[in-house]
Design a protein around this ligand. Structure first.
Ligand code: UD1
Ligand code: CA
Length: 422
């Protein structure tokens, strides 16, 4: 199966210089969520780009294999957008799934159910519909008296009677491409918006004796589209709630689900406790029996084994931490590999970035190392097994196994010195 993801629109209401689909929720772009939802279903994806095309192209080329961007200029509507892919799929005869780049809540599970329905019902065109109490702005699903699908009418073209219909088009379709591809040259733009509507393929299918069906999505929030910054915050909240519920069901304690953020791509094993005000973004893996937070920040590409403590005001990025290690307070661990049974004292920092050369370097801390509070490990640097670092040290060289390293200046005590002033 192939996918076509529509992402050429302007996203005016975001009021942003960033293309809408590149806005992020917990460290991942909206388009990233949509592309990830089809990776296991489709072997090739086409992203239709237009507004901010260059940035979207860069993002896709850097992060997604088997994914082509196709430029649509000018943007003459959703039907016109899909037709841009026709030259690439001239000889393709199988199913194509169409989605929008701004609906990040759609899940792989739902898409599998949807495409299974399409196949099992032997449909040529399946549209995903859902029921909204407030259907304003969506295309309405119009059915015949025998309940079969007749057409989709856009809000701007709808009569008052049609506007009262609560079954709407989510903008997700599955098409038997071999039978549908010739529809695009027949689409007309004689509607209220003067656009080539993709939704017109329903009527086209009916008049060409194709089998047209609707799949009703029961969890309607999965089709929630982002049009504004408010929508972005609402979607993030929905996604987070979904994630926290899933984690709790799998044996993770979330002390305060109203005040914890965990990204979709974070795996957490059972009996780990996440304390309030923790923010976990990007892709991470956390083992069992860990204690994370309160006020911990995991920034992605973090791998934490079992029985680990990441305490308050500890930030971790792109690092691997082995079992039974503690970083209890006020630390930054970035671009690091940390062994097991390590103690990272309060205020310890890995200085991984040189802002002059813009180079990021690695810190390697082997098993059983003890790092005294307020130490700075200036990367690239390696601390071998069992070494001990005295509090307040600045470590700029590799430290051998079982050594004590200490850069602290000697303590001076000037007896009665204060008395000179009183
Ligand atoms: C569309 C559907 C509507 C459905 C709704 C669901 C049509 C005619 N209408 O309406 O039935 O209820 O989605 O959200 O399809 N895009 C392009 N190129 C274009 C125009 C749009 O790539 O020329 C992209 C947009 O970036 C967006 C998507 O297509 O990702 C949908 O476009 P939008 O203008 O938001 O469609 P709606 O009017 O909301
Ligand atoms: Ca529109």
């Amino acid at each position: 199966m192939k996918s076509i993801i529509l992402a050429a629109g302007k996203g005016t209401r975001m009021k942003s210089e960033t293309p809408k689909v590149l806005h992020e929720i917990m460290g991942k772009t909206l388009l990233g969520y949509v592309l990830d939802s089809v990776t296991n279903i489709c072997d090739e994806n086409f992203v239709i780009v237009g507004h901010g095309a260059q940035k979207v192209e860069e993002f896709v080329n850097k992060n997604y294999k088997n994914t082509k961007t196709v430029l649509q200029t000018p943007q003459l509507g959703t039907g016109h957008a899909v037709s841009m892919v026709c030259p690439y799929l001239e000889s393709f005869e199988d199913d194509v799934i169409i989605l929008c780049g701004d609906t990040p809540l759609i899940t792989e599970k739902t898409l599998k159910e949807f495409t299974d329905f399409h196949k099992k019902s032997n449909s040529d065109i399946t549209v995903m519909s859902t029921i909204f109490e407030n259907p304003t702005n969506y295309g309405r699903i119009i059915r015949n008296s025998d309940n079969s699908l007749k057409c989709i009418i856009e809000e701007k073209d709808a009569s008052d009677e049609q506007k009262a219909i609560k079954e709407v088009n989510t903008g997700i379709y599955c098409l038997d491409w071999g039978k549908i591809k010739s529809a695009f040259k027949d689409l007309k733009s004689d509607n209220a918006q003067g656009e080539y509507y993709l939704t017109d393929i329903i009527e086209w299918g009916n008049s060409n004796n194709l089998k047209v069906n609707a799949f009703i999505l029961t969890q309607s929030e999965e089709s929630f589209g982002i049009n504004s910054r408010l929508n972005l915050a609402q979607a993030a909240k929905l996604m987070n709630e979904r994630k926290l519920n899933e984690l709790m069901e799998n044996g993770v304690t979330i002390v305060d689900p109203t005040n914890t953020w965990i990204s979709q791509d974070t795996q957490i094993d059972k009996d780990t406790i996440i304390y309030p005000s923790t923010y976990i973004e990007g892709t991470n893996k956390i083992g069992k029996n860990c204690k994370i937070g309160p006020f911990a920040h995991l920034r992605g590409d973090v791998e934490i084994a079992d029985n680990i403590k990441i305490g308050n005001f500890v930030e971790v990025k792109k690092s691997k931490i082995n079992s039974n290690t503690n970083a209890g307070h006020l630390s930054y661990i970035g671009d690091s590999e940390v062994g097991s049974n390590v103690n990272i004292g309060a205020g310890t920092i890995t200085a991984n970035y040189n802002p002059l050369t813009k180079v990021k370097s690695k810190t390697i801390i082997k098993d059983k190392v003890k790092i005294g509070s307020n130490s700075v490990l200036v990367a690239p640097v390696e601390v071998e097994e069992g070494a001990n670092i005295g509090a307040g040290s600045i470590i700029t060289k590799n430290i051998p196994s079982w050594a004590l390293a200490i850069t602290r200046s000697p303590l001076k005590i000037l007896e009665n010195w204060v008395k000179k002033f009183i």
